[in-house]
Design a protein around this ligand. Structure first.
Ligand SMILES: Cc1cc2nc3c(=O)[nH]c(=O)nc-3n(C[C@H](O)[C@H](O)[C@H](O)COP(=O)(O)OP(=O)(O)OC[C@H]3O[C@@H](n4cnc5c(N)ncnc54)[C@H](O)[C@@H]3O)c2cc1C
Length: 380
């Protein structure tokens, strides 16, 4: 039997570990694929990922752009999530990054020592990013969290004690609830941002409005990553989904879901069942997360007529506001038709105008024809 796992973040790694354990006696093989050059996904990018089990073949630097190229008996999709960006004046200036994006660049070697950084947006990631940047020498000027204290306190009260300790460790006095960036100023690079009625000089703005599941691959395979049975199985019995592709719930939920999917794919349902109670607990954490950090409607009013919404195709807010649907916007403005294929502007447009993105088509990423290869038969 051949088990293929797409995504080597916490969910995919946990799935690989339990699948390898589950199939050890049967001689089946497990292949783990990821587009990154190392395993670990977003949180363990640059170090800290658990070791890969012996018996798991790993294909890194390999993005699955089309499911036609995969062969498998069981497939686990653990494609994770990406950051949500919302347009505001100045958001396309050099020096404005996603919050996790700037963290990822520092993990890859960007030097932020003595750089003035504003971290903004929403969610627990902001404190984690600010802490990481500070430990790498950045001068954190502000952490602008759009959620109000009232919601944060309710969220805090529901946190397990381990998460409390983590929050205390990451705490920063620059943290400011009910605050959001209304504009970034600069000509060739961001020089300052406006937030909470103040103008704050900075060298970098790290901004992210939470996470959006990477559902494109499940969509192409005609399965719904939110409609799963208790074993993380989709409507296609050969395909499982695990981790943040199924919804945003944090690293602990991703690991538990990956473990369940891995054991279940390998046929060891008893071991999978042992994780059900943990999954319920971390799902409650995910629900509390969504309630606490729900986006306030004011954020949909920040873009001006000339603010780019689709930065790949230079489509402004003004060009979109009179359109009736995502399809009409695409046809008339090329919104979402650039290199990111709507990954950035699609969720933003959904928040701004309530349009659901169109169906997804392969290839999922701009892909040179020479780099297409079959995956699953002979892992290299
Ligand atoms: C930018 C960013 C930074 C984050 N930083 C932190 C942090 O500092 N602390 C924290 O607690 N949480 C952080 N999170 C949240 C944390 O990543 C998640 O809670 C958790 O890691 C989700 O695990 P996952 O395995 O579901 O997905 P991910 O960790 O997102 O892993 C998914 C993997 O799938 C791969 N992939 C996706 N599509 C394909 C494809 N088509 N072909 C091949 N490979 C594919 C990706 O390259 C990625 O490695 C961050 C999230 C993001 C988006």
């Amino acid at each position: 039997m051949k088990i293929v796992i797409v995504g080597a973040g916490p969910a995919g790694l946990a799935a690989a570990r339990s699948a390898a354990e589950g199939v050890a006696r049967s001689g089946a093989d497990v292949t783990l694929i990821d587009g990154n050059h190392s395993t670990g996904g977003q949180i363990w990018r640059g170090g800290g990922a658990p070791e890969i089990e012996t018996g798991v073949a790993t294909l890194l630097n390999t993005r699955v752009a089309s499911p036609d190229l995969l062969t498998f008996d069981k497939l686990i999709l653990a494609t994770g999530a990406r950051e949500l960006f919302l347009p505001f004046p100045g958001w396309t200036l050099p020096g404005v990054f996603g919050a996790g994006g700037l963290q990822a660049l520092v993990k890859e070697g960007l030097d932020v020592r003595n750089k003035r950084v504003v971290v903004a947006g929403t969610g627990p990631l902001l404190l984690a990013v600010a802490h990481y940047l500070k430990t790498h020498g950045a001068d954190i000027r502000l952490i602008a969290e759009q959620a109000p204290w009232s919601k944060l306190i309710r969220f805090g009260a529901a946190l397990p004690s381990r998460k409390w300790l983590e929050a205390l460790r990451l705490w920063n006095p620059c943290f400011s609830p009910s605050t959001w960036v209304t504009e970034a100023q600069g000509t060739t690079h961001v020089k300052s941002v406006s937030a909470g009625g103040k103008k704050i000089p900075c060298d970098y703005l790290a901004i992210g409005y939470g996470l959006v599941p990477n559902t494109e691959l499940p969509q192409l395979m005609k399965v719904d990553p939110c409609a799963l049975d208790e074993y993380q199985r989709t409507s296609n019995p050969a395909i499982f989904c695990a981790g943040e592709v199924t919804g945003i719930g944090g690293v602990d939920l991703s690991i538990v879901e990956g473990s369940i999917a891995g054991y279940a794919a390998a046929g060891d349902v008893e071991k999978a069942r042992a994780f059900f109670v943990q999954r319920d607990r971390w799902k409650r954490f995910g629900t509390a997360l969504a309630e606490a950090f729900a986006l306030r409607p004011e954020l949909a009013q920040l873009a001006r007529p000339d603010t780019f919404v689709c930065r790949c195709e230079d489509v402004t807010y003004q060009e979109l506001v009179a359109k009736a649907s995502w399809r009409e916007a695409k046809i008339h403005s090329r919104c979402g038709m650039g290199p990111c294929q709507g990954r950035v502007c699609g969720p933003a447009v959904e928040f701004l105008f309530g349009w659901k993105p169109d169906s997804v088509r392969p290839p999922l990423f701009p892909t040179p024809s020479g780099s297409f290869s079959m995956i699953g038969n002979e892992p290299q």
